[in-house]
Design a protein around this ligand. Structure first.
Ligand SMILES: Nc1ncnc2c1ncn2[C@@H]1O[C@H](COP(=O)(O)OP(=O)(O)O)[C@@H](O)[C@H]1O
Ligand SMILES: [Mg+2]
Length: 380
């Protein structure tokens, strides 16, 4: 295909870093989300989405969006039907760049509540001539439309996504024919049946845990929700033990991405993640565990205290140190700590102690424009 190549060395490196994750043992949605996030971030797109067709190609099996907050996602309410501009990418699979998506004759219209979008760049997601879906970005910030260079980059991400999907489908097929060990079967049953149902019950309880319920009844429902959450967490960790008896854990980058994905409901929006330097090879296992723990605490804090609309995680390694930076644009630690007079506050103290025990440090900062920045750094 007569596509341009990605020329910018910095972008090439980031692209390569992302594509190398195909090797990591990541679940498909986690990997695809990372690809969409990187594609958005590298082209300055405000929104990005990736749709994967189901097997009979009548609808979408996966739909991953980046850039929408929870309220916007809820307002949209349903997945795109594959009509209009998006459908076109599947019927006629080649890149499509538009200055204004509304001008396109094939546009079927946005549902009510959909954020206003103008510039559009869509490319098919395919591997070995099989079209699996599409990847599209909208609203290039500060520009009237996406560039040819953006297109080259997004085509590359879409190809990587195509391979990921193809891998996953092949893997599923192999799993279907393989005789599963009991361990794996139990782990899967627990995950698919039990957790999903507990989750559904928790959700429906959340729906009623508000007025007109009051007093003791409300308290009891809220306690039940917390208990369910705990139960789910316990089952998850048993599943993890069941299914991780032999295989080595995923690498640090894969763990971080999976964690950030898991915490999305806690944080309430997509957190951008980036890695610099030999994160995978230079960080020893115990330190990697501390890092994952630290990210979990810091992002939970962002979700619970910051009232932020954006946050980022940066993990940087050189030969001597590994540095973690978690930044949000929320109301800042000072403002938030005025909220409460008593209670926990063990989270940050614990992180500081961990860093110091490893010969490092933790630094809290309030950046110029507000928000909170936490730097956690230890020698390796
Ligand atoms: N990202 C953040 N934005 C705003 N405030 C924060 C943030 N992280 C922590 N805080 C404030 O610092 C306090 C201490 O956090 P932490 O030690 O984790 O305790 P806890 O989360 O149990 O309250 C929090 O109660 C909150 O007031
Ligand atoms: Mg905390």
């Amino acid at each position: 295909m007569p596509y341009r190549r990605v020329e910018d060395p910095a972008k090439l490196r980031r692209l390569l870093e992302a594509v190398l994750l195909l090797e990591a043992d990541l679940s498909l949605p986690v990997l695809l989300r990372h690809f969409v996030q990187e594609a958005c971030s590298m082209t300055n797109a405000r929104y990005g989405a990736l749709g994967v067709l189901n097997d009979d190609r009548t609808g979408l099996a996966e739909f991953i969006t980046v850039g929408l907050n929870d309220a916007e996602e809820r307002a949209i309410g349903h997945r795109p039907t594959g009509l209009g501009v998006l459908g076109l990418l599947i019927v006629d699979p080649k890149p499509l760049r538009l200055a204004n998506i509304a001008d396109h004759p094939g546009r079927a219209g946005f549902p009510p509540g959909h954020p206003e979008m103008r510039s559009f760049l869509g490319v098919p997601v395919a591997a070995h001539d099989e079209v699996y879906g599409n990847l599209y970005l909208t609203d290039k910030v500060g520009w009237s439309e996406f560039t040819q260079d953006d297109e080259a980059l997004v085509v590359a991400f879409a190809q990587a996504a195509g391979i990921a999907i193809e891998n996953a489908r092949l893997h599923d097929r192999v799993q279907e024919v393989a005789v599963l060990e009991d361990r794996d079967r139990i782990a899967r049953d627990l995950h698919d049946a039990v957790i999903q149902r507990l989750f559904a019950i928790g959700l429906s309880l959340q729906g009623i845990a508000r007025p007109p319920l009051e007093g003791q009844t409300l308290e009891r429902v809220q306690r039940a929700i917390r208990d369910l959450d705990d139960t789910i967490r316990q089952i998850r960790s048993s599943i993890f033990q069941l299914s991780s008896t032999s295989s080595p854990g995923p690498g640090l980058r894969a763990s971080v991405l999976a964690l950030v994905h898991e915490l999305r409901p806690v944080v309430g929006f997509d957190v951008s993640v980036s890695f610099e330097g030999p994160v995978e090879t230079a960080v020893p296992e115990p330190t990697a565990e501390h890092l994952v723990f630290t990210i979990r605490e810091l992002l939970t804090n962002v979700g619970r205290h910051a009232k932020a609309s954006r946050a980022s995680v940066l993990l940087r390694a050189d030969t001597a140190t590994v540095t973690l930076e978690v930044v949000d644009d929320g109301r800042g630690i000072e403002a938030a700590s005025g909220d409460r007079t008593s209670g926990g506050r063990l989270g940050l103290a614990n992180l500081r102690r961990r860093a110091e025990r490893l010969g490092g440090e933790m630094v809290l900062e309030t950046p110029e424009g507000g928000g909170t920045s936490v730097l956690w750094r230890v020698p390796i």
